[in-house]
Design a protein around this ligand. Sequence first.
Ligand code: ADP
Length: 458
Amino acid sequence: MNKIHHKILIACRGEIAVRAIRTCKELGIASVAVYSEADKNSLHVKLAEEAICVGPAPSQNSYLNISNIISAAISTGSTAIYPGYGFLAENEKFVEIVEKCGLKFIGPSSSVMQKVGNKAEARKIAQATGIPVVEGSLKELQTVEEALAEGERIGYPILLKAVYGGGGRGITVINSETELKEKWAITQAEARACFGSGELYLEKYLDGVRHVEVQVLADKYFNVIHLGERDCSLQRRKQKIVEEAPSRFVDGALREKLGSSAIAFTQAIEYENAGTVEFIIDKNGNYYFIEMNARIQVEHPVSEMISGIDLVKEQIRIALGNPLPFKQENIRLNGWAIECRINAEDHLNDFRPCPGIIKNIVFPGGFNVRVDTFIYPNYEAPPYYDSLLAKLIVWAPTRIEAIRKMRVALEQFIIGGIKSNIEFHYLLMHNPDYVRGSYDTNFINHFAKLVVEENRGE
Ligand code: ADP
């Protein structure tokens, strides 16, 4: 590590802020927490060396308020900004301002972020690099007429996606020309409201796919490695809820292809830092690039568990100018890791968020059981942000042993006072189709209905 005195402003909240502060401490680097008025009692505020309030509860006024975050960094003498995920993590305008202020953004540069932020553009780059992409529109679509022409060329069903989309929002399945005419305006309005741009693109909708993504690490000296794949097919409304590494659907040969495609894309855009290249895999084992996420992902711990590499530490080391300390041939992937996202939500009532005061907590533990969280007894989970309370991660030599370990850990995980989806995960871990590995990205929607019916005694 070089000798400059570093201080990192952690521009996020929740478990990822706690995770980053811990890593800073291990590296001997001072950290500054930022918090909204609703988060003054949050764990990240207590753990960082310094903490600074950046505004009122709504994220628009605090965690998304660029001038407040930049002022917090400058006034505390911070030298770098760690974005975590969400909020400003993939906001190229923010990254550009950070750069202009002479601060180091712990992630890719604003120009690289611009390339991957435009998903239609990223598809073109992937295609030009020789990576398979799902058949789709060749350019960004501004009007319904353009979309209809492309729809006819590609054939229905199709997916209408926001060019600058993320988090599963602004994605609509379209089965016919009539449906495209009906849903165009509303999808465009949603894209404009969520992402500030109404530009859309089309992709052929592939049924029964699996979502598999590859973790990459790239330093500023053009060294790029991958840490294998994560399976994130268990999604509800395109939001991941359980992730595992490796994937049931990837064998050695496919892993090789996914890994080299992910590396080729990362190199093509001269990416620096940790990133994730996302693919879907169809029933016949064909894989297609869908996008790159230019940040740490919620599900990164499963890759850490099978590779033994601390991704947040590597993110910081890379940003400080260090070369990657390992080459591809040094990477050994071992065993199986599973992550369950423990959310404050009521799975029996359409997964309604259930914030509130947490009374008692008992965390599970034992050999290779990990809980990444920010909650503590009597903490009030605020209603303003996402409902993630904790990530429960287990590792075991084989998938079935990891499932058994996860069942025990869920059984021994108690969060009192508010509703959580612990029981939902527990039921899932016992579902024969899940255990057999017989599922795709639609599985959780069906399973969630089954759980509700069973609860009603149907
Ligand atoms: P976001 O950027 O909002 O996360 P993605 O483009 O990554 O959107 O897609 C989100 C999810 O939608 C994927 O994980 C996958 O389950 C599904 N998906 C994306 N593209 C396709 C496709 N062409 N066919 C079928 N499902 C898809």
